[in-house]
Design a protein around this ligand. Structure first.
Ligand SMILES: Cc1cc2nc3c(=O)[nH]c(=O)nc-3n(C[C@H](O)[C@H](O)[C@H](O)COP(=O)(O)O)c2cc1C
Length: 182
């Protein structure tokens, strides 16, 4: 099973990128292969219907088309989706075949704030529903992440750490069930 993970902010010290690393290692420990799109791979020129898809968008489309599931590790900007991630998804949504229809998606977010990026996830759910993707009902949120993530992206709070593992198990279970369908 191949799982794509996209996310993190564009800054070097991204808390979400740190969380992404922990999620990637946790998934690999459970068996599936993981491929990551982050950093410069998500620094894509703004969507322009008059321009051909940039090579980064083509690469992301190829990655998603060749994956059975997607994890999005998204910061929250002004209670919503950061522009670089929405732009990446918008580009891929214009390309065929669509990788999103029926694709299981796990949402994860980390924020120094008390909501842990939950409001960005609400926007993601609307976008993913529009694309026909299947978002797992329970996402991963890491509140107070500037104090609650170690250097490897592992939550220091045992309850949050356990919730990450529980969400990953539920996500891989859903992905396996969808992949097994004729
Ligand atoms: C433009 C902007 C808007 C932000 N709005 C929110 C917000 O609505 N909710 C929140 O929890 N954090 C907000 N933040 C704080 C981010 O959660 C914080 O900078 C976080 O560390 C960004 O993710 P990163 O560490 O992966 O870069 C905002 C940050 C920026 C730069």
């Amino acid at each position: 099973m191949k799982i794509a993970i996209m996310g993190g902010s564009l800054r070097k010290g991204s808390l979400n990128l740190r969380l992404l690393g922990h999620i990637a290692r946790s998934i690999m420990a459970l068996g599936p292969k993981v491929r990551i799109a982050s950093g410069h791979e998500l620094r894509i020129p703004l969507y322009d219907a008059d321009a051909p898809p940039p090579h980064e968008a083509v690469a992301l489309h190829n990655l998603l088309t060749d994956s059975q599931a997607l994890v999005i590790v998204s910061p929250e900007y002004n209670a919503g989706i950061p522009a670089h991630l929405k732009n990446a998804v918008d580009w891929v949504s214009t390309m065929t075949p669509t990788p999103f229809r029926g694709l299981p998606v796990l949402l994860a977010s980390a924020s120094p704030g008390a909501f842990g990026g939950a409001r960005a996830q609400m926007q993601w759910r609307a976008t993913l529903a529009n694309l026909g993707a299947i978002a797992l009902p329970g996402g991963i949120t890491v509140p107070l992440a500037d104090r609650n993530l170690d250097a490897d992206g592992v939550p220091l709070d045992p309850r949050t750490a356990a919730e990450v593992q529980k969400a990953l198990a539920a996500f891989l279970d859903l992905t396996g069930k969808l992949a097994a369908r004729p």
